[in-house]
Design a protein around this ligand. Structure first.
Ligand SMILES: [Zn+2]
Length: 149
């Protein structure tokens, strides 16, 4: 039998569930120690009081109350987004016009390359696009997880 008193953790564990302590040492000590038995009784009384506390209850429509407090979303025209889209459309149009006007020169430019060179370019471009897309998807997933959706 041990001579020192039980630790706080042992007393609490014994008060919660005497069988779950996994050792007979606390039981043997408690049979001879009035002070530790009083501490166990105090914790049992405390735990019983906690168990009999009324559960906190929220209004069932709590989410709707929170949403009602949020400011309405502002749909406004963004000049910066407008110019970015205008620039993208403009650049795509210029590239298309350039390709159309210089189609004969472009065909002659790439006619000198063999199929192997074209294949290498296609593989390199495809690889870069795949890795960029995967990276973007992983970042997107990480951000969505951080938002806890
Ligand atoms: Zn003791």
């Amino acid at each position: 039998m041990r001579t020192e008193h039980l630790s706080e953790e042992e007393v609490q564990q014994y008060a919660l569930d005497a069988a779950a302590t996994g050792s007979t040492e606390p039981t043997a000590h408690l049979q001879s120690c009035e002070q530790c038995r009083a501490r166990v009784a105090d914790y049992r009384w405390l735990f019983a009081g906690i168990r009999h506390q009324p559960r906190p209850s929220f209004d069932s429509n709590f989410a709707a109350m929170v949403v009602a407090q949020l400011p309405p979303p502002k749909i406004r025209f963004s000049w910066s987004a407008f110019f970015v889209y205008l620039l993208i459309i403009d650049e795509a149009g210029l590239i298309a016009i350039g390709c159309y006007l210089f189609r004969a020169d472009l065909a002659a430019l790439f006619a000198g390359f063999g199929y192997a060179f074209g294949y290498l370019i296609a593989v390199a471009v495809t690889t870069v696009i795949v890795f960029q897309s995967l990276d973007m998807y992983v970042k997107y997933q990480k951000k969505m997880r951080s938002l806890d959706f």
